[in-house]
Design a protein around this ligand. Structure first.
Ligand code: ADP
Length: 633
């Protein structure tokens, strides 16, 4: 070999050395002149291109490789014009139909004057290397086939961003997507849409990244839109001791497994049965918010069966905005590792399967099982309690109003009669006055003037009765004005004693001489007096007397409604002020309760005493205007 091409290489220095180099160098190297004739080539070049022992020196490259097309020749020309070129993987189709895969680079070589004299071609035939890799691919396929034999099993690899890099046929069979469809896609597509929107994929990766692995059960989606319940393991892969190296993911179809195994592994049958007897509902979730366990009380509370919720995100049991906030909270927790809602009963809202929202208390605890952190939630339904309370409140409000209207109904008959009086009087007086005026004498005119004044007073009284009646039935807030206690009592007594039924009982007001004005809602306090006076008259029947005594007691004014009736029976005293406690066939038993409310709303006190000589006395005391009523303006 050493004599090969010596003449052509005469111009080159150290050609002996060059030849021995080309003989031994483990690379395919060829040296061409400007016309692409061989000047020299390495032994490896001869073997790689299966060129036998022929002497190539002086021969045209294109004669030896007639398969070289114009594209290849153009590259050679560029190199001969001074460019350095290379390609990592090139397909070289041989004249005999075989294909070689090559990596090549070509650089121009220059003479001492710097002129390009030809080019140096270095190539590496990769075909056998590729064949080796193909073999390993076949082995991998065999491995997948082997994995395929295990039913309900899928294997895939993810890169650091969770994009699929390997998708075995088991995965294709289980999910329905081919590798062409999923390679390079984020692995989210495998997860059921309901969980995907809650950010489950990102949470799973975050846990695997942090802990080295993620293990959980959740609902997966198939290409055809169906779902299946799966056990998922995602393992962080460490490549060459370096992080990160992507993730390995194993998915096992659990649909056919016994539903028992879907529930929390850590819970024993005993624990389960104990928990089922707890009146509160219990829900266990994992770190991603995926429901692991759902007690039968929870089933009754939310209307979902256990199988419908296990493996789904717990936020499905919450209305907005809690639903969204819960995910944000879990995401925050995953980052910080700090949970902020442990312990304590909180009142929150739940969302039933039928879409109704209901209040419940929630107490959250933390638990560990099978190396995993979980959260337990105990829930107590408040809807019945709150509904009952609200109903009671409504009822009381309605009854208070109704009671007044009812009172009014009774009063209306009496008042119509009472109104009739002043109106008749006004009519008579006006008629008489008209005649007196017609008569025209001085005396007649004077009498007419007095009579008309009287008519005016009667008309005003009628107006006042109507007005009071109107305010009496409306549910207004306290409308306080300064009032004289004596006047207040007299008006109220007049109102209470209106009507035939009350004619046979004498009602009167006795008052202390010096009384301070009090700041009260006149209509309401009068309502109290009217109620108490009418109760007294009812108790007496006929022939008795009711006194309303008004006295100054230090800074307060005390009203006492004293009757000489039978008094309140001993047995009734304890429940006297309770609503609906009545002895009357047409009574509501609300009068005293309302009275006490009104007095207490004024900062006062209302109580009962039975007199030693029989009869009943009801007292109420109102603070005088001052600090108690000073509402700061
Ligand atoms: P109502 O009069 O509508 O029944 P109240 O709350 O006004 O309801 O009174 C409750 C009950 O208290 C009455 O039914 C009656 O039995 C008793 N009561 C109230 N005032 C007197 C009184 N002055 N003397 C005797 N019993 C009374």
């Amino acid at each position: 070999m050493t004599n090969r091409g010596q003449t052509l290489l005469a111009g080159l220095p150290d050609n002996e050395l060059l030849w021995s180099l080309l003989d031994q160098v483990p690379a395919a190297i060829a040296l061409f002149d400007r016309e692409m004739h061989y000047i020299a080539c390495s032994r490896r070049w001869m073997s790689d291109y299966r060129l036998g022992e022929d002497n190539l020196v002086g021969r045209s490259h294109y004669d030896i490789f007639p398969e070289l097309d114009e594209e290849a020749k153009a590259l050679h020309r560029r190199a001969l014009e001074g460019e350095s070129l290379s390609k990592d993987l090139d397909r070289l189709e041989r004249i005999d139909g075989s294909v070689d895969w090559v990596r090549w680079s070509m650089v121009p070589w220059h003479d001492k004057a710097g002129e390009v004299q030809g080019l140096l071609f270095v190539t590496e035939v990769l075909t056998s290397d590729l064949e080796r890799r193909m073999t390993s691919l076949i082995i991998e396929e065999e491995l997948s086939l082997f994995i395929d034999i295990a039913e309900n099993f899928a294997l895939c690899m993810l890169d650091d961003d969770g994009k699929v890099t390997i998708w075995n046929s088991g995965a294709e069979r289980l999910f329905g997507w081919s590798d062409a469809e999923v390679l390079g896609q984020p692995f989210d597509f495998m997860i059921d849409n309901a969980e995907r929107v809650h950010g489950l994929p990102a949470m799973q990766l975050e846990i695997a990244r942090r802990n080295g692995f993620y293990r959980g059960r959740s609902w997966k989606a198939r290409k055809d839109g169906s779902r299946f319940f799966a056990d998922v393991t995602i393992t962080r892969l460490v490549r060459d001791g370096q992080l990160p190296g992507g993730f390995g993911k194993i998915v096992r179809d659990m649909t056919k497994e016994d539903t028992q195994t879907r529930s929390l592994e850590a819970s024993t049958v005993l624990l389960r049965s104990i928990l089922e007897t707890v009146p509160d509902a219990m829900i266990v979730i994992d770190e991603c918010g995926i429901i692991l366990s759902f007690s039968s009380t929870a089933e009754a509370m939310f209307g979902y069966s256990r199988n419908e919720v296990i493996g789904r995100n717990v936020s499905m049991l919450m209305p907005s905005p809690d639903r969204e906030q819960h995910n944000a909270y879990l995401a925050r927790y995953l980052q910080s590792g700090v949970a902020r809602i442990m312990g304590g009963n909180r009142r929150v809202l739940g969302l039933r399967k039928d879409g109704t929202v209901f209040p419940h208390t929630l107490r959250i605890g933390e638990a560990y099982g099978g190396g995993r952190r979980m959260f337990t939630g105990f829930l107590h339904d408040l809807s019945e309690t709150e509904k009952a309370e609200a109903h009671l409140e409504d009822l009381q409000r309605e009854l208070a109003h109704f009671a007044r209207i009812n009172e009014m109904g009774t009063l209306a008959t009496a008042i119509a009669h009472e109104l009739n009086q002043p109106l008749m009087a006004v009519g008579n007086i006006v008629q008489t006055s008209a005649e007196l005026i017609k008569e025209g004498s001085r005396e007649a005119l004077e009498r007419a003037s007095l009579a008309l004044e009287e008519a005016g007073r009667e008309a005003l009284r009628a107006g006042a009765i109507v007005k009071r009646l109107r305010i009496f039935v409306s549910r207004g807030e306290l409308d306080r004005t300064f009032e004289h206690p004596g006047d207040l009592a007299r008006e109220a007594v007049a109102l209470a004693a209106t009507g035939a039924k009350y004619r046979n009982v004498m009602c009167f007001v006795s008052q202390a001489e010096a009384l301070e004005n009090i700041l009260v809602d006149r209509i309401q306090i009068q309502q109290v007096i009217v109620n108490l006076v009418r109760n007294a008259i009812d108790a007496i029947g006929s022939g008795g007397a009711v006194e309303v005594a008004v006295i100054q007691q230090e800074k307060s004014v005390r009203f006492s409604i004293i009757d000489n009736g039978p008094g309140v029976p001993e047995t009734r005293i304890a429940r006297l002020f309770d609503p609906f406690s009545t002895t009357k066939s047409d009574g509501m038993g609300l009068g005293l309760a309302i009275c006490r409310n009104i007095v207490e709303a004024h900062g006062g006190k209302l109580w009962h005493e039975n007199g030693s000589a029989g009869g009943a006395t009801f007292h109420f005391i109102l603070p005088e205007p001052g600090e108690e009523f000073d509402d700061g303006d």
